[in-house]
Design a protein around this ligand. Structure first.
Ligand code: ADP
Length: 354
C-alpha cells in the first residue's frame, strides 16, 4: 500500500490552456478518495497522470516518498477500472481476469488459484468460460474489477466505473466496491461526476471545477460547510436554495421592500453592507404563519416522492423545500417560508463563503 501525493500538479495538452491547474492533495495509505466535478473539469487527466498514461506538465507526484513523475506505468503497480470496462472481447472471463498475471508469466497453477478466488469473491465463478458479450453490464464491470484485483496493486484508480450501469445496479456496485475496499484496504482514487456516488462512497472528497480544486473534506464537512457557491450547489439533491440580496450588519434583505432575515450571530461587522447570497438547503426551510424572518410566496409545483414531498416556489428563481409526505399543501397555495437561521450559509459577491 502506498500514499499518493500531488504537489502543484498542472497539465496542459495544448501550450496555452491548462486542463489541470496547480492541484495539491494527498491520498493517505488505505484511503478511499473521491475526485468529483462536472464533465471536463480535469478528473480523468489527474488519474492518467497518476497512472503514468499522461505526462505531468508541472509539479511533483509521489508514491510514499518516492518521486514518480518519470516512472513507467508498470513500475507504478496500479489497478485501473474504467467506465467502458476495457475487456478483451476475444478472451473469456477467466483469461480476461488472468491477463495481468499471464503477461507477467506467472505460473499456471498460481494463475488458476488467484483467478478462481477472485471470481468467487465477485460472484463470477459460473461465468469463467463466457465471453464478455454474453455478460450483463454489471458482470462485465465485475470482470474489470477482478482483473484489477488479481494483480494485487498498491493503488486502485477508478474512472467513472458505474456510469454505464442502470440505476439499480449502480446502487449494488457502489456497495460492492466500498466493501472490496474495506477488505483490501488499498489506497484508491475514484473519479465520478455523480454527486450521490461522491457523497456515499468516499472517506475524502475532492471537489473540482475547471481544472482546480474547490474544496477537500469529508462528505459531511463539504455538505454542511461548503466554502463557495460552486461546492454548495454541486452536492445536495435537490440543490441548495440560493437567494441574492444585501447583507447589512446582521440582517439579510432579499430586496428593498423585504423586512429581512435577522441572522443569529454577527455574520459580518456592523458597518458591512454588501450584496451577498443566502444559501439554505431544502430541508432547512419551513412554512410559517409569522411575518418575522420569512418571505411570502406561492407554491408552483409539488413532487410526491413517497417518503416526502418537495414544494417548489419562485422567489428570484425556482426554490424548493422538503415537507412530510402527508403535508396538505396544494399547488397555488399562498405560503410564508422561513429558514432555520442556524443553517444559513452566506456567500460574498464572488461566491465565497463569508
Ligand atoms: P473530466 O475527466 O473531468 O471529464 P478530463 O480530464 O477528461 O475531464 O478533461 C479536462 C480537459 O482537458 C477538457 O477540457 C478536455 O477537453 C481536455 N482534454 C482531455 N484529454 C485531452 C487530450 N488528449 N488532448 C487535448 N485535450 C484534452
Amino acid at each position: 500500500m502506498k500514499s499518493i501525493t500531488l504537489e502543484n500538479i498542472s497539465k496542459s495538452y495544448q501550450k496555452s490552456e491548462f486542463a489541470v491547474k496547480n492541484v495539491n492533495f494527498k491520498a493517505e495509505e488505505g484511503e478511499f478518495v473521491i475526485l468529483v466535478g462536472p464533465s471536463g473539469c480535469g478528473k480523468s487527466t489527474i488519474l492518467k497522470m497518476i497512472a503514468g498514461l499522461e505526462e505531468i506538465t508541472e509539479g511533483k507526484l509521489y508514491f510514499d516518498d518516492r518521486l514518480m513523475n518519470s516512472a513507467t506505468p508498470a513500475e507504478r503497480n496500479i489497478g485501473m477500472v474504467f467506465q467502458n470496462y476495457a475487456l478483451y472481447p476475444h478472451l473469456n472471463v477467466f483469461d480476461n481476469i488472468a491477463f495481468p498475471l499471464s503477461i507477467k508469466k506467472t505460473a499456471k497453477n498460481i494463475i488458476r488459484e488467484k483467478v478462481t478466488a477472485t471470481a468467487k469473491m465477485l460472484g463470477l465463478e459460473d461465468y469463467l468460460d463466457k465471453k464478455p458479450k454474453h455478460l450483463s453490464g454489471g458482470q462485465r464491470q465485475r470482470v474489470a474489477l477482478g482483473r484489477a484485483i488479481v494483480r494485487e496493486p498498491d493503488v486502485f484508480l477508478f474512472d467513472e466505473p458505474l456510469s454505464n450501469l442502470d440505476a439499480k445496479l449502480r446502487v449494488q456496485m457502489r456497495t460492492e466496491i466500498v466493501n472490496l475496499h474495506r477488505k483490501f484496504g488499498a489506497t484508491s482514487i475514484y473519479v465520478t461526476h455523480d454527486q450521490t456516488e461522491a457523497m456515499t462512497m468516499g472517506d475524502k472528497l475532492i471537489v473540482m471545477n475547471d481544472g482546480e480544486i474547490m474544496q477537500v473534506g469529508t462528505p459531511k464537512e463539504i455538505y454542511e460547510a461548503p466554502q463557495n457557491i460552486f461546492t454548495a450547489s454541486f452536492l445536495g439533491n435537490p440543490q441548495i436554495n440560493l437567494f441574492d440580496g444585501t447583507l447589512t450588519g446582521n440582517v439579510f434583505k432579499f430586496n428593498a421592500e423585504s423586512t429581512g432575515i435577522q441572522l443569529p450571530e454577527k455574520a459580518t461587522s456592523s458597518d458591512y453592507s454588501e450584496k451577498a447570497t443566502l444559501g439554505i438547503r431544502p430541508e432547512f426551510l419551513q412554512t410559517t404563519t409569522s411575518d418575522e424572518n420569512s418571505i411570502a410566496t406561492k407554491i408552483i409545483n409539488i413532487e410526491y416522492l413517497g417518503h416526502e414531498k418537495l414544494l417548489y416556489f419562485d422567489f428570484g428563481g425556482l426554490k424548493c423545500l422538503r415537507q412530510n409526505a402527508d403535508s396538505a399543501y396544494s399547488v397555488g397555495d399562498k405560503i410564508r417560508i422561513s429558514p432555520d437561521r442556524n443553517k444559513i450559509i452566506l456567500f460574498d459577491q464572488n461566491g465565497n463563503r463569508l
